[in-house]
Design a binder for this molecule. Structure first.
Ligand code: FBP
Length: 696
């Protein structure tokens, strides 16, 4: 009896329907694993050849020339299909190889397909070739922790997001000891080639490893990965070689889906401003794409801020024959005013709600914060250089760190000598909230990057916005507009003459459909005073209920909901664009290896065009490097690409700003990209940023 009782949990668990709906392997997973991405035209041939192309020019940094002498003269390589090569070519191309691959840095959707492409091309060339996946990022190379990639592993992770197959890590191979251990690992595994799938810092690492391992005959190939979209490569003449790193499209689409849902929610219950911080450690590419995908009411773009010039202040200073240097570049305070302006304007037309998108790295573009970051980087680096211990170990608590800074400031004053940190810095720093001081003093990552994802950027900014809105409320300029027809209805219902009271309460009663309460009326008390002054009521009378109701409706409450979009997008299953892109990157990697390249980054040209026009290439990494401040020192790294304010995508977002703010009566202009649809026709086939930039 018991084993038939449907209420018995054991019976329930054995029910085939329960088993079907609770199985990890759902239809989405089955469909994804089944999908075989198309191959670029060149891969239709059984072999590929590399054609060196010296059409592309690079401005080579002297330091790169010095430190990477064996790979600095690499050229761009174009892959060409080859149907019947000579036997000697076939032997070289198809020789048995050992290839290691590693994921480095933050996850990005599509990484598993890079492995799939590489695995399939390598096995097709020679089934005896072995592919090793290093575990947990570069640590796996240093510590020789690797697994052999098998066909079933590739099939299990095909077209799936994240880097779960072999995981990732942020270790940098930056010491002689780590380099020696890495070389040792490559020797032990008998590697012919090492593939580094990573961002700017990891591709920098790839270049140094390529240089170092030339004498071991180990080829090193990089793959442009990062959701931030900041690996975009052009040559010195502006020719696009790599329009976008992989993972960007998926992350942007995932964020956009959630953010556009918030647009719908906020336009429905009309009471919240949703503050959406989106990843992108420095560059605002993700925020820009989200703006294009969702038409959120306000999207801040970091790169836009440093170009800002406050013309009014410059003009005022010029009248006094002076120059106001603080008018160049946007300050945090000014930025908060810009946001408030949008909020107040929407409130005036009755929309006390909306969606704001803030890029994670925005503070990098705010002058005063940038100065703090550079100064603190230098202080921490100098401390670590001159002490056996580490700044963060010696000063674990915020108060200890602040005390150390205070000491520096005091010393600079007493000894009257130049110091990176002086009393003015200390005073300014003490003006900012504790949680933000803590954020700015946080430990840098292993590459010396400031960890913006750990800082509550939105809290800093929205704190200032809140303060300023309170000031605007007190001076009567932040009000919710009331529809005239509604006002008339409420007063009519209460037996009052709307045309009599209208000019007493509102500043624009006779010339607008959305009525604004006079700035002098900022409380029930001042409302009563206004009515008494016009003898609409006597001192002894109470405010008529309908009028009080209208007044209360005009008082804005600034209520926010804060969201952070980042890690979720990195783990999302890839869009079809990213599936196809990464699979072909994997095929390109093998082609570069089989043709003997090293110090090159696999890439696909013409991503902004239809798939038929995609062109796999190898880009030399060394000529892309330049000197950058890291941990207080100038270091040779791959140059990050930030949003170009002259690009078509940015100019178009700027042109639509007013429309998307929608500070006019009527509907908002939200756009709904929908969830990432893997199958079917309605999935877009490339990022909007790419489409627009190709036109511009
Ligand atoms: P990568 O450059 O390694 O791809 O990582 C980018 C990123 O996703 C940033 O957008 C974000 O600031 C950072 O990683 C977060 O790092 P962590 O995973 O260490 O918290």
């Amino acid at each position: 009896m018991k084993d038939k009782d449907p209420n018995n949990i054991e019976v329930l668990l054995k029910n085939p329907e329960v088993q079907a709906v609770t199985n990890n392997i759902n239809q989405e997973l089955i469909e994804r694993r089944k999908y075989i991405p198309p191959k670029c035209k060149v891969f239709k041939s059984p072999y590929t050849l590399l054609k060196e192309d010296d059409f592309f020019n690079f401005n080579i940094d002297e330091e790169a020339r010095k430190l990477l002498p064996n790979i600095i003269h690499n050229n761009v390589q174009i892959l060409v299909g080859l149907d019947s090569p000579e036997e000697s070519f076939k032997d070289r191309y198809c020789k048995k190889r050992h290839i290691g691959i590693v994921f480095s840095g933050g996850p990005a959707p599509g990484g598993h397909n890079v492995i799939a492409g590489l695995y399939e091309a390598a096995k097709k060339a020679n089934p005896k070739t072995k592919i090793y996946g290093f575990l947990l990022g570069p640590d796996g190379i240093v510590e020789n922790e690797a697994i052999e990639i098998t066909g079933s592993l590739v099939d299990a992770y095909r077209n799936l997001g994240g880097f779960t197959m072999i995981k990732t890590g942020r270790t940098k191979i930056d010491t002689k000891e780590k380099m020696a251990l890495s070389r040792e690992t490559c020797k032990r595994l008998g590697l012919d080639a090492l593939v580094i799938v990573g961002g700017d810092d990891s591709n920098t690492n790839a270049a140094f490893l390529a240089q170092e391992m030339i004498e071991d005959n180990v080829q090193v190939i990089g793959v442009p990965k990062t959701i931030d979209g900041d690996i975009q490569v052009r040559d010195a003449d502006g020719h696009i070689l790599c329009a976008m790193s992989f993972g960007f499209h998926t992350a942007a689409r995932a964020f956009s889906n959630s953010i556009s849902n918030l647009c719908t929610d906020s336009g429905s219950d009309v009471k919240y401003w949703h503050i959406c911080k989106v990843m992108g450690r420095v560059a605002s590419h993700l925020a820009l794409e989200v703006a294009l995908q969702t038409h959120a009411n306000m999207t801040l773009i970091g790169e836009d801020l440093c170009d800002f010039i406050d013309k009014k202040r410059i003009e005022e200073a010029a009248k006094k024959n002076d120059i106001d240097y603080t008018a160049y570049g946007m300050t945090l305070r000014h930025l908060s005013r810009v946001i408030c302006n949008g909020i107040v304007r929407r409130a005036e037309v009755g929309k006390n709600y909306g969606v704001i998108v803030i890029p994670e790295g925005i503070l990098e573009f705010v002058n005063e914060i940038q100065v703090f970051i550079i100064k603190l980087n230098t202080i921490i680096a100098e401390y670590n250089d001159t002490h056996d211990t580490d700044f963060h170990t010696d000063f674990p608590a915020l108060e200890d760190k602040l005390e150390y800074l205070r000491r520096l400031a005091r010393r600079s004053r007493e000894e009257q000598r130049f110091s990176v940190w002086n009393t003015r810095d200390d005073d300014l720093f003490n003006d900012i909230p504790g949680f933000f001081q803590e954020g700015l003093l946080m430990e840098r990552d292993s590459h010396g990057n400031f960890q913006f994802s750990q800082v509550k950027t939105e809290k800093v900014l929205m704190g200032l916005v809140n303060d300023y809105l309170n000031i605007l409320k007190e001076n009567g300029s932040y009000k919710i507009g009331i529809e005239k027809s509604y006002y008339r209805k409420v007063l009519g219902k209460g037996g009052l003459d709307p045309d009599y009271f209208g000019p007493i309460i509102f500043k624009n009663y006779n010339d607008a459909e959305l009525l604004l309460v006079k700035p002098s009326i900022i409380s029930v008390k001042t409302l009563k005073m206004a009515l008494e002054k016009e003898q609409a009521i006597s001192e002894a009378e109470e405010i008529p209920k309908p009028i009080e109701k209208i007044y209360q409706k005009s008082v804005p409450k600034f209520k926010t909901q804060v969201h952070f979009y980042g890690y979720d997008g990195r783990g999302n299953n890839p869009t079809r664009f990213d599936c196809n892109y990464t699979y072909n990157l994997g095929l390109t990697v093998f082609s570069l290896i089989a043709n003997g390249s090293t110090g090159q980054m696999a890439a696909i040209r013409n991503l902004e065009k239809d798939f038929e026009k995609w062109e796999p290439i190898g880009i030399p990494i060394a000529p892309l490097m330049h000197l950058e401040e890291r941990k207080g020192k100038l270091t040779l790294v791959l140059e990050k690409s930030i949003v170009d304010v002259n690009s078509a995508s940015f100019r178009i977002v700027k042109a639509f700003r007013e429309k998307w703010l929608a500070a006019v009566p009527g509907d908002d202009n939200y756009r709904h990209p929908g969830p990432i649809r893997f199958a079917g026709e309605s999935e877009e086939d490339r990022p909007i940023t790419l489409v627009l930039n190709a036109l511009g």
